[in-house]
Design a protein around this ligand. Structure first.
Ligand SMILES: [Zn+2]
Length: 441
């Protein structure tokens, strides 16, 4: 048994929404008890004690949409901004060139550096959407091995696309299929799989059908109507809009993650709601690619489950919650909206979305829930109450305040030191591989 105590619990439960001098007792990867520090220490005497020193003790955060493969692009400056005038050109000139040039070793380091920085921002579970068309077969196993070794919960998929030709599309379908079998056989709750699809505009009917056939009962992880060009392409080639096309192929449903959904109309929102499809919002990426503003509040009003991801833009999912509110208020020119919703998505929806994939209870500090716990160096300078947690998260918290992190009952970071990887060696290797990669582009 390990007890984490002497902090303010934000347990995300009614009983311990805000509990001063709280503690959590952990063993076997699960939370065993939650209460006051003195009471819990008396109940379990002589056990290891981790002192939160008055900070916040919270459930680990979940990032529902990320791209490990983009890590080695950090710091790469676009040489001529005129070259990429729109989102499709950004994909063609940057991301598709990078993913084609990656080796399996690049894939491994991309995943490890991303997981390391994610841990440092309080993220304990990552749902990734992977592409490495230069090294397809074995890429998901490579990432999974790193995730297991670092102790990070990871849900993986490979983005099937026709953009690199028929053979690559078939190989990426096989890669998803192979990894889904591994994820299914894994019973420890640390690995999960989805079937990855890039986006409607790079998928022909034949590939979509083959993907559906290969996916079995798995859900899909697919970019949907991210840019207006995806919709135009769909109308032109298939005579329908993106959401409707995906529904025709049986891609939507309660296990499927539809990423972005920026250019969706009323009928498509109704389809997403009716099929219980989850929609993932990535505000910073959307702003950076200038693809438009998600109709987030309208999607929410339709009863669609919404989650937050970072889309490779940052490793800090808390930033996404902050940006989501700012973007809605700015776009709608209404300072009164979207104060609470992003934090509901982050604290309630993200853990539920991922929890269903991993077969674990995530996102709460309660007996029986997974022991994914972070300690945040935050001593509030104003009253912290159950009703104003979102306000403290928005204005007071930021990722690097997290100094200690436990995943599945195992410490992965203590006082900002990563415990499951040699960080210095990893960063040196990453710089070396990035130099080689940049020279190839
Ligand atoms: Zn994405």
């Amino acid at each position: 048994m390990i007890i984490i105590g002497n902090g303010t619990l934000l347990a995300n439960t009614a009983e311990h929404a805000v509990t001063k001098n709280g503690a959590v007792a952990v063993s076997g990867g699960l939370i065993q008890a939650v209460g006051e520090t003195t009471a819990l220490r008396a109940q379990f005497p002589g056990h290891e004690f981790i002192d939160a020193k008055g900070g916040l003790i919270m459930p680990g955060l979940v990032n529902t949409h990320h791209h490990f493969y983009s890590a080695l692009a950090r710091g790469m400056m676009i040489k001529d901004p005129k070259v990429s005038k729109n989102f499709n050109e950004i994909l063609e000139n940057l991301w598709w060139k990078i993913d084609k040039a990656l080796t399996l070793e690049d894939v491994r380091l991309s995943a490890e550096t991303t997981m390391a920085d994610s841990i440092k921002c309080g993220v304990t579970t990552i749902v990734d959407h992977h592409a490495s068309f230069g090294a397809i077969t074995g890429s998901l196993d490579t990432i999974a091995d790193s995730a297991l070794s670092m102790g990070v919960r990871a849900c993986l998929c490979f983005e099937v696309s026709d953009r690199c030709g028929k053979e690559a599309a078939l190989e990426s379908i096989a890669e998803n299929k192979q990894f889904l079998q591994r994820a299914k056989a894994h019973k420890e709750g640390m690995l999960a799989g989805l079937f990855g699809l890039h986006a409607s505009f790079t998928l022909c009917d034949e590939t979509l059908k083959a993907s559906k056939d290969a996916a079995g009962d798995a859900g899909f992880h697919v970019h949907v109507a991210e840019g207006a060009a995806d919709v135009e392409d769909c109308l032109q080639k298939h005579g329908t809009r993106v959401v409707e096309r995906l529904e025709r192929f049986g891609i939507l449903g309660p296990k499927t993650l539809a990423v972005h959904c920026i250019h969706v109309n009323e009928a498509e929102m109704q389809t997403l709601a009716r099929t219980n499809t989850t929609v993932l919002h990535n505000p910073q990426s959307n702003m950076s690619n200038a693809v438009g503003c998600s109709p987030l509040l309208a999607l929410n009003a339709h009863g669609i489950r919404l989650g937050l991801g970072t889309d490779g833009y940052t490793n800090c999912v808390l930033e996404s919650a902050k940006a989501a509110g700012l973007l809605q208020r700015h776009h709608l020119a209404d300072p009164s909206v979207a104060w609470g919703e992003p934090y509901t998505f982050l604290r309630q929806n993200n853990p539920r979305i991922a929890g269903e994939m991993f077969g674990t209870r995530l996102g709460e500090l309660a007996p029986g829930a997974a022991a994914d716990i972070i300690i945040v160096d935050y001593d509030p300078l104003t009253p912290l109450m159950p009703e104003n947690i979102a306000g403290h998260m928005h204005f007071g918290l930021y990722g690097p305040l997290v100094h200690t992190s436990m995943i599945n009952g195992k410490l992965v970071m203590r006082n900002r030191e990563l415990l499951t990887i040699d960080e210095k060696a990893m960063r040196a290797k990453s710089r070396q591989l990035a130099t080689n990669l940049w020279a190839k582009l």
